[in-house]
Design a binder for this molecule. Structure first.
Ligand SMILES: Nc1ncnc2c1ncn2[C@@H]1O[C@H](COP(=O)(O)OP(=O)(O)OP(=O)(O)O)[C@@H](O)[C@H]1O
Ligand SMILES: [Mg+2]
Length: 319
């Protein structure tokens, strides 16, 4: 398709102001192995929203992002995205046009990186768009700089560390400059500085009007990167959809969906009950920041409860 034909095609189905960008109706997805990943998902996402997608391992976050990206079509229900039927996009129709506007950073960077060098991977999308050499170069420079990996441009992706691969995979989507960016666990395996670089980048992209949907386990970044939180249960159903402050303050919900867990620490006859973020080590950092939610005091969080010694439940020695 020529550029002008593409431009005409893109204008053919504009998403008007206030219209949903994504509209999922009773969506289910079952893998061919009959593994049910998602069921009964109803979700509407509007342009410019910043959505965090939370859920335990296996709750369907990656599957949902793949559906939003048209990598696969729903096995039940329907998805409209940017005015298109995602089942048709997944079947190969309008894929080029769709992926100009929607970019997915996969959870596993090895899926995203397939070229001889990082630069080739970052340039791949813009080259597919048929942009001029100068424009491709500028986009690549920007994306590599944003992710702090300009020094890795000539390295082979398979030689990189896990975090470096992740940054290269993100850069390969940034260079496309899509309107909608889907990020699957983007901060996993990133060092603290790079994690905050990414948080800052997400904030700037959102301020520039992009739509961002981020699957994550890292509850501490959620209030910073999202104004809406969608929580999936371990059965692949949406069980909460609301403001970060409200959702993250609902500890019962977070325990129920296995995003935090309760530990019982015994000290003789006295036990402490603690909540832990699932991704933390046993004595990891503080519990999730509940954003604008009233902070739970250390006293209430750590309030000792008396139980008979060896009353059951997980225990651990505490300094
Ligand atoms: N290719 C596949 N074939 C069969 N089942 C799959 C496949 N990919 C995922 N699943 C299953 O679908 C369900 C949802 O998986 P998915 O990867 O979407 O979860 P997730 O929320 O992203 O988990 P995680 O936090 O571990 O990344 C799981 O039960 C998983 O075992
Ligand atoms: Mg996943």
């Amino acid at each position: 398709m020529t550029d002008s034909a593409l431009a005409r095609a893109v204008k053919a189905d504009p998403v008007g102001p206030g219209e949903p960008l994504f509209d999922l109706r009773d969506v289910g997805y079952t893998y061919s192995s009959r593994q049910v990943a998602l069921a009964g998902v109803n979700l509407t996402i509007r342009p410019g929203e910043r959505v965090a997608l939370l859920g335990a391992n296996g709750s369907g976050k990656s599957t949902l992002l793949k559906l939003l990206d048209g990598v696969v079509g729903p096995t039940q229900g329907s998805i409209r995205a940017l005015g298109l039927d995602v089942a048709a996009v997944a079947a190969g129709e309008d894929g080029f046009r769709f992926h100009r506007e929607v970019g997915l950073v996969f959870q596993d960077p090895d899926i995203q990186l397939f070229s001889a060098t990082v630069l080739d991977d970052v340039a791949f999308g813009p080259l597919q768009l048929g942009l001029s050499k100068e424009e491709v170069r500028e986009r690549c420079d920007d994306a590599l700089r944003e992710m702090g990996i300009a020094h890795l441009a000539d390295r082979a992706p398979f030689e990189l560390s896990g975090g470096e691969k992740k940054r290269a995979a993100i850069a390969s989507v940034l260079s496309l400059r899509p309107q909608v960016i889907l990020l699957d666990e983007p901060t996993a395996s990133l060092d603290p500085r790079t994690k905050w670089v990414l948080v800052d980048l997400i904030q700037r992209m959102a301020a520039a009007g992009r739509t961002l949907i981020v699957a994550t386990h890292e509850l501490d970044v959620v209030p910073l990167i999202a104004d809406r939180v969608v929580v999936l249960s371990e059965e692949g159903r949406i069980v909460a959809d609301g403001r970060p402050a409200a959702v993250l303050a609902d500890r019962d919900l977070l325990v129920r969906v296995n995003l935090i867990h309760e530990h019982l620490h015994e000290h003789g006859a006295v036990a402490h009950s603690h909540s832990h973020v699932v991704s933390e080590g046993h004595h990891g950092g503080p519990p999730p920041d509940a954003g604008e939610a009233p902070a739970e005091s250390a006293a209430s969080r750590d309030a000792p409860i008396r139980v008979p010694p060896r009353s059951g439940g997980p225990t651990c020695a505490r300094p």
